[in-house]
Design a binder for this molecule. Structure first.
Ligand code: SF4
Length: 510
């Protein structure tokens, strides 16, 4: 069936939604339907053991009997099954496990408790440890967490540990990267067709590379450390088809805010969000990462984008590890399909206090703001800063509120000081930001995206209104519980910095 909807308070650019509900799943009658809560019955688990598995077989993609989605195919290969259906529980072989300073100490402790003090991890080359959250702080417990990462990595001879020892100057630490999800991509750990698990909810970012990537808890991660396997339920897939030319005042952040506003923060609970269509194909890898980064804000298990020439180009100089992309079969079963005409989209924000509280940026033009924050795994990549610099350059004006810039990684930080901004006559982002009166780009890390200790750079230590390129705007997310966060694209954030109000970037880009 097809239905036509008008989005309240927004452009009615959704052309239809085809419900393709299939035998195992009840079809949805409306894009606004919310799944009912069901009571679960829990049985006491007496013991958990991964079944013995042989050496991994080659991909099943050439010999599928029933059509499968990308996610089903990746999980089928990783569990050595020829065929999988949504809802099945399977033991999956993990290609990469990532952890960071906030959750690393917990999963290492669980690993030791369950496997023994002298146990060795299943594969020292498949574990990636990235300190990134609370790095530049005097908080002793936060600092201790990084020390625990170091001790464990030394003991286990972990190959990929992106350490920081000298916190007074991050540049003195060539190994230090910064925000884990961006570092994973930049260091070549994101690979099509593979399984990447991480002890962070935004691990879904890596789905941009056509892989299964999801966040897990520290207990599961402790188990993976010891076995390299995890029991996972195969999620059903929602397909989001985005076609149409994206206007040059839009970014991927607008796309994902529109989708979350459409399906709500629980609209994709334990489901895959697969993004396809000509608009998605036109996106750079960094923009695809923005799209997948926020699937967890809709409750999604994972987000995924088919690998293509853009993906392969990005990976060219980043990894020598072999990988094999997989693609959804033409007749694959999708729980629902949503179609969007992106040519009609306008710049959006998510108002406090939920990522699905969508509004047009121009509808919020009377909202006075106290600050702007450009950073995080969502909006702190090189292209995000290039976009903000473009707005400042076009305007030729100075910011009216404090504007904080936090590069996601050390590489992004270096790009800000070295790459010329197109159309600027050779100026770098850092020069343009300085001329516009922004704060100097800060040390790369998560910084105030998740609040952090009181001395965290740009933390909201009192109630204030902030336009932010981050991904969450729940009460207290960036510090003070009465702070108000408007989530926005880097274009909208920069335009808002120039006026001191939430501002549609078209004011400076047309
Ligand atoms: S930048 Fe923010 S959302 Fe991303 S990993 Fe760090 S704290 Fe989490």
């Amino acid at each position: 069936m097809a239905s036509y909807t008008t989005v309240p308070g927004s452009s009615s650019f959704i052309t239809n939604m085809n419900d393709l509900g299939l035998s195992a799943f009840s079809s949805r009658s409306s894009v606004f339907s919310i799944p009912k809560c069901r009571k679960s019955v829990f049985k006491k688990i007496v013991s958990v053991m991964a079944p013995k598995q042989s050496q991994r077989e080659p991909a099943t993609t050439g010999s599928v009997k029933t059509a499968m989605t990308m996610t089903e195919k990746i999980m089928a290969r990783a569990s050595e099954r020829p065929q999988l259906n949504p809802g099945e529980n399977v033991w999956v072989n993990v290609d990469t496990l990532m952890t960071h300073d906030v959750s690393g100490s917990g999963c290492f402790a669980i690993f030791k408790r369950e496997f023994g003090e002298n146990a060795k991890v299943w594969d020292r080359e498949k574990i990636v440890v990235i300190p990134d959250h609370y790095i530049f702080t005097a908080d002793e417990l936060a600092n201790r967490n990084v020390d625990i990462l170091r001790d464990f990595c030394l003991e286990q001879n972990i190959k990929h540990f992106y350490d920081i020892k000298d916190r007074s100057d991050f540049k003195a630490n060539p190994d230090y990267k910064g925000v884990c999800h961006i570092a994973l991509a930049q260091e070549g750990h994101c690979r099509p067709g593979q399984v990447l698990l991480g002890t962070d909810s935004h691990t879904c970012t890596a789905g941009a590379f056509g892989q299964f990537a999801t966040g897990i808890g520290i207990t599961d991660a402790g188990f993976v450390l010891g076995t390299g396997k995890l029991l996972l339920k195969v999620p059903p897939t929602l397909r989001f088809v985005m076609d149409g030319e994206m206007a040059d005042y839009l970014l991927a952040k607008d796309l994902i805010l529109q989708i979350i506003g459409e399906i709500s923060v629980s609209g994709a609970t334990y489901q895959t969000m697969e993004f396809v269509g000509t608009t998605v194909e036109s996106l750079s890898m960094e923009e695809r990462m923005t799209l997948c980064n926020m699937v967890i804000e809709a409750g999604g298990k994972n987000g995924v984008i088919p690998a293509d020439a853009t993906t392969f180009k990005y990976l060219e100089d980043k990894t020598s590890v072999p990988y094999e992309p997989v693609y959804s079969d033409e007749r694959a079963r999708f729980l629902s399909e949503y179609r969007f005409d992106i040519s009609k989209l306008e710049p959006l924000v998510a108002k406090p206090h939920s990522p699905d509280n969508r509004a047009l940026a121009r509808e919020c033009k009377d909202v006075k703001i106290d600050r702007v924050y450009i950073g995080s795994c969502t909006g702190g990549k090189t292209e995000d800063f290039m976009a903000a610099a473009k707005v400042f350059l076009n305007s030729g004006r100075k910011v009216k509120v404090p504007t904080f810039l936090v590069p996601a990684t050390q590489k992004v930080w270096m790009d800000l000081y070295s790459l010329p901004v197109p159309g600027s006559g050779g100026k770098t982002c850092s020069q343009i930001f300085e001329e516009a009166g922004c704060d100097t780009p800060a040390n790369p890390s998560c910084s105030a995206c998740m609040g952090g200790p009181k001395d965290t750079y740009a933390r909201m230590n009192k109630p204030m209104v902030c336009v932010s390129t981050t991904n969450r705007n729940f009460p207290g997310r960036m510090g003070h519980k009465e702070g108000q966060i408007y989530l926005a694209s880097p274009y909208t954030a920069a335009a808002s910095a120039l006026t001191g109000y939430v501002t549609d970037p078209r004011e400076f880009l047309q």
